[in-house]
Design a protein around this ligand. Structure first.
Ligand code: MG
Length: 388
């Protein structure tokens, strides 16, 4: 029996993870759950899964009336934590073996580090945590002996292809990208893209931020950085291919020229289940892939000029230190501004580029530096003239 905490239980990944937990009552026990501010939804999870501890993290949630409302759902003896420190409480409990980190953004970093330092397994869905604090995560693993299992579908695919293989044998990894809704469009048309169009992802159903990131290809850029830290490969060993069918979730090319890929229908419950049950494979809720029905699989080179977000991600890796932190933070603010109707679609990446070009990277080896770079980027973006 694995005892788990789910951070971000009411988000898209969190809800799918709860389906997986429910599917394997003899394997998975839900000990802790957190949400940002959805008290009612968290209350429903408590009634259904009976966790021992819950956390509500949004600053507004510390308001006593909301805490009381949540308290009314809790059976006696259930721990209730308010504010972001609650996440650390949920991961450091003695009775937690595995933590699924699926919160939005850099808030996932501190609990990831704490869990790894205590030797726990972290199933990581929050790529921003690794992008922003990759070096810290590497060190936390060394210090505490914890283990990181990727939940992002591409990285899960690579992780699966690497089972039983040595990293010495790896020549290159190839991340696939669906290309999002716009990759066939003329770049000149992108200026007028609406929020609704950007949120209509052709394949995956996901949260808003990641859906917009998929449309700009910034999501793939962040995934290149994520892959760099997860698998310890230099940027030139990480390639991106556009694959509109989203059936091949990524590939590994070995030194002998052989390539291994992981294929399945695009359904996040599969990588979530793999991470939670690893190394076991059991029948899942996911429909099996019918390759004859798919018919053909296409691949196309990802042009770095056409996809400036991807180019920026490689640039941030090259700059090193806190440059990826800044890339990620600036993107988060820019996407919010786009979703709020304050900037156009094409401005998202332009603004991020502007902020990144002003950044003098710090080493990124302390949490303070990473958080400082994150704050700097969020402040800096407000001074960029084209950000209005
Ligand atoms: Mg992905």
């Amino acid at each position: 029996m694995k005892r788990i905490s789910i951070l971000g239980a009411t988000g898209s990944i969190g809800r799918q993870a709860l389906e997986v937990v429910e599917r394997f009552p003899e394997r998975l026990e839900l000990v802790g759950v957190s949400a940002s501010r959805s008290v009612e939804e968290l209350g429903k999870i408590v009634l259904r899964h009976h966790p021992k501890a819950v956390a509500l993290t949004h600053p507004a949630s510390t308001d006593p009336s909301r805490a009381n409302l949540l308290g009314s759902f809790l059976p006696p003896g259930t721990g209730l934590y308010l504010g972001e420190e609650g996440l650390v409480e949920l991961v450091t409990r003695e009775d937690v073996d595995l933590v699924l980190v699926a919160v939005v953004g850099i808030a996932g970093l501190a609990p990831t580090l704490e869990a790894l330092r205590r030797g726990k397994t972290v199933a990581l869905a929050t790529k921003e945590a690794l992008v922003a604090g990759g070096k810290l995560v590497e060190r936390a693993i060394k210090e505490g002996g914890g283990r990181l299992i990727p939940v992002d579908s591409e990285h899960s695919a690579i992780f699966q292809c690497l089972q039983g293989e040595s990293m010495e044998a790896v020549d290159k990894i190839v991340l696939t990208a669906s290309g999002g809704p716009f990759w066939r469009r003329n770049p000149a048309e992108l200026e007028r893209v609406t929020v609704e169009e950007a949120l209509a992802h052709p394949v995956w159903k996901m949260g808003k931020k990641i859906t917009v990131d998929s449309a700009t290809l910034m999501n793939k850029g962040l995934e290149v950085i994520e892959a760099h830290y997860l698998f310890g490969l230099p940027p030139e060993k990480i390639e991106v291919l556009i694959h509109p069918q989203s059936v091949v979730h990524s590939l590994v090319r070995f030194k002998d020229g052989a390539m291994l890929a992981q294929l399945s229908v695009p359904d996040m419950r599969l990588p979530i289940q793999y991470a939670l049950l690893y190394p076991e494979r059991l029948p899942s809720l996911v429909r099996t892939l019918d390759l004859a029905e798919v018919g053909k699989l296409e691949f196309q080179r990802a042009d770095l000029e056409r996809f400036p977000a991807l180019r920026l991600a490689y640039l941030a890796l090259e700059m090193g230190g806190t440059a990826p932190t800044v890339l990620s933070a600036a993107d988060e603010v820019a996407v919010e501004a786009f979703l709020g109707g304050r900037i156009s679609f094409t401005r998202i990446v332009q603004v991020v580029e502007e902020v990144l070009s002003c950044h003098v990277p710090l080493s990124g080896e302390t949490l303070e530096e990473v958080l400082e770079a994150d704050r700097w980027a969020r402040k800096k973006i407000g001074t960029v003239p084209i950000f209005y």
